[in-house]
Design a protein around this ligand. Structure first.
Ligand SMILES: CC(C)(COP(=O)(O)OP(=O)(O)OC[C@H]1O[C@@H](n2cnc3c(N)ncnc32)[C@H](O)[C@@H]1OP(=O)(O)O)[C@@H](O)C(=O)NCCC(=O)NCCS
Length: 197
């Protein structure tokens, strides 16, 4: 997003989101984190969608505003904006994205859910008109070597059985770079004699 896009972004946000935003709001986002602001344009260069992001403490970032013009929806602009933002977060070392969405915005909630976000809490009276919101989060880091199913099975085990290695996990095995060493043979390396004469 460039300074020259601010007026068009301001118009898109106010036409497509329920709350009113002053033009300074977009300028504020651009000033605080230029790499976290994106626009989607059509072939003529007209802005048809925008995403304003904010850096939060604790290695988090927020999708603060996201809207696509009603005539340009369903063509991938919203997904592309979110993808670009996700990439910017990863490049900036952000570990978690979060956002707030009206509980009544079923399409918006589904849009985010399909793109990796989950509802973390309900926010009563979150909006200016008293409307409730959901906070949705998407974790970008903390990749676990254990699959979710495996983690569940592990925690369901009785405590006395939790010792030892989680052998059922498909844990990646690490080895130093270079050619593989030949496997150690059993039976002290001696080959079995053939019984045939
Ligand atoms: C949510 C929003 C940003 C998505 O933008 P978009 O450009 O339509 O997004 P995409 O085209 O990438 O995907 C939209 C999904 O809706 C489907 N869709 C099809 N036609 C559609 C249409 N006319 N309008 C909206 N969505 C449509 C798409 O197939 C896609 O489905 P999928 O999730 O199975 O892939 C946009 O709908 C919007 O601005 N909504 C109003 C503001 C809003 O709710 N913002 C988010 C909450 S703050």
């Amino acid at each position: 997003m460039a300074e020259t896009d601010v007026q068009q972004v301001f118009a898109i946000l106010n036409l497509n989101l329920d709350d009113y935003f002053a033009p300074e709001v977009v300028g504020f986002f651009l000033a605080q984190w230029p790499e976290g602001q994106f626009v989607a344009t059509d072939l003529t260069g007209r802005v048809v969608g925008a995403l304003c992001g904010a850096r939060l403490d604790g290695g988090r970032a927020s999708v603060s505003l996201l809207a696509v013009d009603s005539g340009s929806r369903g063509m991938g602009a919203g997904s592309a904006l979110l993808d670009q933002f996700r990439r910017a977060c990863v490049m900036s070392g952000i570990g978690m994205m979060q956002l707030e969405v009206r509980t009544s915005n079923a399409k918006g909630i589904e849009f985010y859910r399909k793109r990796g976000f989950t509802i973390s809490e309900r926010l009563p009276n979150f909006y200016n008109d008293g409307g409730d919101g959901y906070r949705m989060v998407c974790v970008l880091s903390g990749i676990s070597p254990f699959s979710e199913g495996c983690r569940r099975r592990w925690s369901q085990r009785p405590r006395w059985r939790r010792r030892g290695s989680r052998s059922s996990c498909r844990r990646p095995t690490l080895r130093p770079l270079g050619p593989r060493r030949p496997r150690a043979r059993c039976c002290s390396g001696r080959r079995r004699r053939s019984r045939r004469p």
